[in-house]
Design a protein around this ligand. Structure first.
Ligand code: XMP
Length: 180
């Protein structure tokens, strides 16, 4: 597994420090208001579990699953929502958490649906990584962990074909691992 990584971009310690800082920022902004923190499966689960524990405010947790990738590294452009939030989001403050903002289609679709179909009034977004170079939709996250270049990264929840999620760090996957 580690041998498939060309370069470690963010160590477990870098990630821990940054997630703590994001948690403090979100806590300050919420100022004691209750929020629903919504994890986008599956990629954000490690980030999400650390992030919610660093938020010092009352939160509820919920999950949604939006898939844009098959087993490849490029988006199909079609965002398919497979799992929807279970709780009532009407009138709520929701913080949508994703692993990486790439083209922006996933987050844009989810945010719209959370507002328009689930009735949340205040929807904020938090991503661990921002791959700005590939953006095709006009969206910016309210909270961002780290900017990242246009490279395919895995670890700390991020996968290739559902592998590498359990790496404690984030690294660049060697191209030979996904190019046949
Ligand atoms: P969009 O393009 O909709 O994509 O912003 C967001 C989703 O694409 C996946 N993604 C990646 N997954 N390494 C990954 O493991 C990457 O470098 C990468 N780039 C995009 C990810 O699932 C994200 O939620």
């Amino acid at each position: 597994m580690h041998g498939d990584i060309a370069e470690v971009l963010f160590s477990a310690q870098d990630i821990h420090k940054r997630v703590q800082a994001l948690g403090r920022q979100i806590s300050n902004d919420l100022a004691g208001r209750e929020a629903v923190v919504l994890a986008l499966l599956k990629g954000s689960v490690l980030f999400f579990s650390d992030l919610v524990r660093s938020i010092d405010a009352p939160v509820k947790v919920d999950f949604a699953w939006a898939s844009s990738y098959g087993s490849g590294t490029t988006s199909s452009g079609q965002i398919h929502l497979k799992v929807f939030p279970e709780g009532d989001l009407r009138g709520r403050t929701v913080v949508v958490v994703d692993d990486i903002l790439d083209t922006g289609r996933t987050l844009d679709t989810v945010v719209r649906r959370i507002r328009e179909e689930h009735g949340a009034t205040d929807v904020r977004t938090c991503v661990l990584l921002d791959k700005q170079a590939r953006r095709s939709v006009d969206i910016r996250a309210d909270y961002t962990g780290f900017p990242v270049d246009d490279v395919f990264v895995v670890g700390y929840g991020l996968d290739y074909a559902d592998r590498y999620r359990n790496l404690p760090y984030i690294g660049v996957l060697k191209p030979e691992c996904y190019q046949s």
